[in-house]
Write a protein that binds this ligand. Structure first.
Ligand code: GDP
Ligand code: ZN
Length: 293
């Protein structure tokens, strides 16, 4: 029995990479009965006597798994947000951060289209960079068309399995092409970008970029918080998570409660007001969600 990693899944076939070779495998019938599907990213045991007639026998325990895209054992999510065209959107960035934190995946932030900024706008973006850095998030301002230091960028991908997240048109495909020009992903502001137009085939693939792997379909496309409870929301903001033990009330939601360490931190300028406002907005969104039975 050989061991390898599922790199691609296309209509019932799994492409398993094992010591630089790719084996086309089917899943064992018993997986179907147990309602288990091998996922891209899975480490598997397979029978690989023939490169085109392999069988996956066992799936190793997963560290995590995403539904969209269906990928297992993800190390990090790279949020791509453009500095301009479309305008930098901190609310959307925080929304992605919360969704990624809720899956206990490490987020990184790439702000693209640096080349489109003039001096005053660069200053505004620099302030956001400082804000997110202080929270502890790695953040980079880049231009994919005039890449200053490709090796610096590539290092973020090395030995990592990444998913890319971000609204369409922010430059996700362009960024991956900058990291690995041989990918030749189509870029466009209207259609045909990373992952779009491919959904009908339910094809998912891990691409090689910068000495790591990247899912070819963007993640976190549904931006609602249907899986997150009000209690969990605070844990998805690191600067709230680290302070909430100091709130007077256990289970404090940092909203109307007295003696709240989080509100105090905002009042003292220790926590960014914009982040707190986004927290309250998301809290309200979760609270007003219809109960599901
Ligand atoms: P995606 O939908 O997120 O994959 O975005 P694309 O990579 O398709 O890029 C959308 C548009 O933005 C394309 O017209 C790109 O050429 C353009 N673009 C992407 N990155 C940059 C950048 O760093 N600077 C500039 N000026 N344009 C960019
Ligand atoms: Zn509180």
């Amino acid at each position: 029995m050989a061991e390898g990693r599922v790199m691609k899944a296309v209509s019932g076939f799994y492409y398993v990479k094992s010591s630089e070779n790719i084996f086309q495998c089917r899943g064992r019938g018993v997986f179907r009965k147990q309602n288990i599907t091998p996922l891209v990213g899975d480490f598997v045991e397979f029978e690989g006597d023939h490169p085109e007639e392999g069988y996956i026998h066992a799936i190793k325990p997963r560290r995590n798994e995403l539904v969209r895209p269906p990928v297992a054992n993800v190390d990090q999510a790279i949020i791509v947000s453009s500095a301009a065209m479309p305008d930098f959107n901190p609310l959307l960035l925080d929304r992605f951060l919360v969704l990624i934190e809720s899956k206990e995946i490490k987020p990184l932030i790439f702000i693209t289209k640096k080349d489109l900024l003039a001096e005053p706008e660069l200053e505004t973006i620099a302030k956001y960079q400082t804000l997110y850095e202080e929270i502890g998030y790695p953040i980079e301002l880049v231009s994919s068309i005039e890449l200053d230091n490709p090796d610096h960028l590539r290092r973020y991908f090395t030995n990592q399995v990444s998913v890319i997240a971000g609204q369409s048109g922010v430059g996700k495909s362009s960024l991956l092409n900058a990291v690995n020009p041989s990918l030749e992903l189509k870029t466009d502001d209207i259609s045909q970008s990373l992952g779009r137009g491919k959904h009908t085939t339910r094809h998912v693939e891990l691409l090689e970029a910068g000495g790591g792997l990247v899912a070819d379909t963007p993640g976190f496309s549904t931006l609602d918080f249907s899986d997150i409870t009000t209690k969990e929301l605070g844990d998805c903001f690191p600067e709230i998570a680290e302070r909430q033990a100091d709130c007077k009330f256990r289970g404090c939601l940092h909203n109307k409660e007295p003696n709240c360490a989080v509100k105090q931190a905002v009042a003292d300028g220790q926590m960014a007001e914009i982040r707190y406002h986004h927290y309250l907005r998301f809290l309200d969104e979760i609270n007003s969600r219809k109960p599901r039975y």
